[in-house]
Design a protein. Sequence first.
Length: 316
Amino acid sequence: MVYFSCANEGGVTMDITNLPDIQLSDLQLFLAVERYGSFTKAGERLFITQSWVSKRISNLEDMLGFRLFDRTKREVALTPAGLILKQRLEGVTFNILNAIQAAQEVQSETTHSLRLGCLEWKSGVFIKKLEYFADQNPQIIVDLDLKPYHELFIDLSLGRKDLIFTFSHIHGQAASDEYSVLTFLQVPLVAYMHRNHRLAGKKVLEVEDLQDVPLLTLEERASSYHIDHIRQLFLPRNIRPVIAKYADDVSDHFGNVLMNKGILLASQYLMGESWKEMIACSPIRDVYYELVAIWKTNNSNPALKIFLETLPEIFS
């Protein structure tokens, strides 16, 4: 352990032994709690649980040796020490991430880099579009990660991603002046089912075909936006969907589809050619997901500007 010692303005020496253990993400989380006024709201914005936020802040306070927040049942407020830390940190973390990115660009001897993230789609069509952009712009190094949405949004909020791709019905947390959102493509909603399912022979399904059919969907805590989207699909037709099983991620339902436990409604990009011998998919007539790109409004990366200018053309 590296040992640090410093003196404050009054000449009193303070020992700081845990600085090496402090992560940049912990400081970002501290700023998020202060900004949104509660552990719960900060967790909602970052798609993490309130208990995890509370644990990380408590660990940070232990490492620093002082309390950051005065906690009550209704709200949290900065302590005097927390206020000083907040004032000194604002803007610093963003500059650190920009400095790291600039250093990486020099090291790789390239003009710019572009860090993208998208959901864990198996379809090669989407990836080929991004490969086309990379081929047309050899001066830009494109880095792509495939992750669940809550991890993508954390990466975006912490500056680890320049832009992420997701669907309009699950991006509500990003709808603010801090983020920009561009809708650029409609992706058909399809029903994934076992090839022995009674609906597997239909080339196109009506929403009414799904009445009384067991469906596989997400837990509300995992994505309330997905649940709302499914409800709005059935509500105008006065149909109450039958939910057979819930999961925290759509990929967790692959086994249930293979076991013929129900139908999974998801985008055309989800599985691609995966399990095509055992899983059938049929589009739902005239129902689409809107694919959106999300980035921080204050992101000044020139590579991001080039990408956004060509995005409609790439996916036309």
